[in-house]
Design a protein around this ligand. Structure first.
Ligand code: FEO
Ligand code: CA
Ligand code: CA
Ligand code: CA
Length: 597
């Protein structure tokens, strides 16, 4: 039965009130446990965390900074265990002001900071990803410190390049004349997984790490500009390591901005950058199985006026045949979305030799198309979106949900069907309906689909153009959707990033039904500490635990290692705030969010 407070929603938890506080909060009846914090020793030989005496060697063995994407891989492999598994975690970026007790000269306390060579090495070791064995005993989650599965991937881990761009002249550097192996992955934001049991982790704002005069004067200047690469890097890395200096290694940036695949169950496995999926500012990459066994992967390019993409494998997924599935992501068709006012969506093919993707336009091979995926999509007439973040399929109804986080630069003239609001401060969620959605045979490979707007964020009755269920409460509205997840009942859980700036409320996690009388009735379930965003929502298979990534607590103007705006989650004097993974469970057990039926 529905609680009186929840109205028509099947989500019966008591709603939180909006706040902005040093601590976090979850709906009554639930419990928050901190499972993994920045600096926690992960590998067997890792030292304990001491943020005042940190080293790159220690950091490379400890949990990295700014956890973002989360995925749970049950143990044993192939089971549906919900009390034991591997957490795969992205470490998107580092924030020097919160990480280091004293910064080098030139720091402005914001993201663009000058750090020492050793601090830059620590930053590199704090990037990438972690795989960590976790276990629930009774009601308590903890991680296994010396697990043989535990792994760190950093900005210097060897990664193989595969697909159309591998080996191409534009991928070659002095350290890698063959253009087939790159050191590290950068700015891994969200991700996804595959039906064959691997994880996908996605490189997003890789322009932050590169700089040099060639950004303005070099032969690739226009290409760099299209990807946001400028003369001055956000990070100090070009001053400390030659490969980040465009004037010395002009092709190194082409080796970042990809979807990376690896097997989380094998700590020795070499991660692979799958270039067939295109080079973008990738938010995530999530899959949907087609009736004929082919697999579609949905991807957002998170920047204002960038596009929504879909990759469809050429060959079908073959259950229980690892060899057949190993390189499925090297062979397929990349598409980009074009939204029409009549509610249809066309998926345009990014294939060299088709349409305008010809040598006359600089596309001599599919390598050129994937390296310059953005320019290829421009030529095809793709629809510029309001920052496409997570794109996820709801298995309960076959529909696909696109988080469009915000775009304050869209003008009234640029308002268009799928992005209807000028100065879109709060973002919206688009719902895509592929052919066959709602049946057992949803055709995610189809060239066309239908679309509509699921919700338009902001405060109802105050912000123009909001769209929710009419019973959405004064606490239930949200701002800046970024990641989402679906529980096994098909209810959507939306994590936000930027609500503090956009709306003066903490970032949080909101849940809503996607069907029935409570459709799009969002309710506030969790709120992050000040400065933090919420990312990586991930349920165990039985929905009794919800893992969340709480990223960059205490970030923001005037907040620093010594004088942070919060010391979450430890609240120990002298300890800086620590990005952390939390587990949320129901007190006494049961489905997170309520309603067992
Ligand atoms: Fe790293 Fe698109 O958020
Ligand atoms: Ca993030
Ligand atoms: Ca994100
Ligand atoms: Ca974001």
């Amino acid at each position: 039965g529905n609680s009186p407070e929840a109205g028509p929603s099947t989500l019966t938890f008591p709603e939180l009130r909006h706040q902005l506080a040093q601590g976090d909060a979850v709906a009554e009846g639930h419990r928050i446990q901190v499972v993994l914090r920045w600096g926690d020793p992960i590998l067997a030989d890792a030292p304990d965390f001491d943020p005042r005496r940190q080293s790159a060697e220690a950091q490379a063995r400890q949990f990295g900074y700014n956890n973002d994407y989360l995925d749970f891989f049950p143990l044993p492999r192939g089971s549906r265990a919900s009390d034991h598994g591997l957490l795969v975690v992205n470490h998107e970026y580092t924030g020097a002001a919160q990480m280091f007790p004293a910064l080098g000269e030139g720091s402005d306390g914001a993201r663009r900071q000058r750090v020492s060579a050793e601090q830059a090495r620590i930053e590199m070791a704090a990037h990438g990803g972690s795989v960590v064995e976790v276990r629930r005993e009774g009601a308590d989650w903890s991680y296994v410190k010396d697990s043989r599965y535990n792994r760190r991937i950093t900005a210097t881990t060897p990664i193989r390049l595969s697909g159309p761009a591998a080996g191409h002249a534009r991928m070659r550097t002095s350290a890698d004349p063959a253009g087939r192996q790159v050191l590290g992955m950068l700015n891994n934001c969200a991700g996804g997984n595959t039906p064959w049991g691997t994880v996908l982790t996605c490189e997003e704002n890789t322009n932050y790490y590169f700089g040099g005069a060639a950004a303005e004067t070099g032969p690739q200047a226009a290409h760099y500009k299209r990807y946001g690469i400028g003369r001055e890097a956000v990070y100090s890395w070009p001053r400390h390591e030659a490969r980040f200096d465009l004037d010395r290694e002009p092709n190194e940036p082409n080796r970042f901005g990809w979807v990376v695949e690896f097997d989380p169950y094998d700590p020795q496995s070499v991660p692979v950058k799958r270039t067939a999926l295109g080079r973008l500012k990738h938010e995530g990459c999530t899959h949907a199985l087609c009736p004929d066994g082919r697999v579609a992967f949905y991807m957002g390019d998170d920047e204002r006026f960038e596009y929504l993409y879909k990759f469809v494998t050429s060959r079908p997924f073959v259950p229980d045949d690892a060899a057949a599935n190993r390189d499925l992501l090297d062979d397929g068709v990349l598409h980009v979305a074009q939204f029409a006012a009549d509610g249809t969506l066309r998926w345009l093919r990014l294939v060299q030799g088709e349409g305008k993707l010809t040598p006359e336009n600089g596309f001599h091979s599919q390598a050129d198309v994937v390296i310059e995926a953005r320019r290829a999509a421009d030529l095809l007439g793709a629809t510029p979106m309001d920052r496409p973040e997570d794109v996820e399929t709801n298995r309960a109804n076959g529909r696909v949900y696109v988080m469009l986080t915000n775009n304050t630069r869209r003008t009234a003239e640029q308002a268009a069907p799928a992005n209807p609001r000028p100065r879109n401060t709060h973002g919206h969620v688009v719902e895509i309906i592929p052919p066959g959605a709602g049946t057992a045979a949803v055709d995610h490979a189809a060239a066309e689909a239908h679309w509509g707007i699921f919700l338009a964020a902001g405060k109802p009755g105050v912000d123009p153009g909001t769209q929710y269920h009419r019973a959405t409460s004064q606490e239930g509205w949200l701002s800046c959707p970024d990641n989402c997840a679906f529980d096994s009942k098909g209810r959507i859980w939306i994590a936000t990033d930027g609500a503090d700036d956009a709306a003066g409320i903490a970032d949080g996690l909101y849940a809503a039904d996607t069907a029935g009388a409570g459709r799009a009735l969002t309710r506030c379930f969790y709120q992050a500490p000040v400065g933090a965003e919420v990312c990586g929502p991930c349920f165990t298979p039985d929905d009794t635990t919800l893992f969340l990534s709480i990223q960059h607590p205490g970030e923001g103007a005037g907040s620093s290692f010594e004088q942070p705006s919060t010391r979450w989650p430890d609240f120990v004097e002298g300890m800086p705030p620590r990005p952390s993974v939390i587990a949320i469970t129901r007190i006494g057990g049961g489905r997170v969010g309520g309603s067992e039926t």
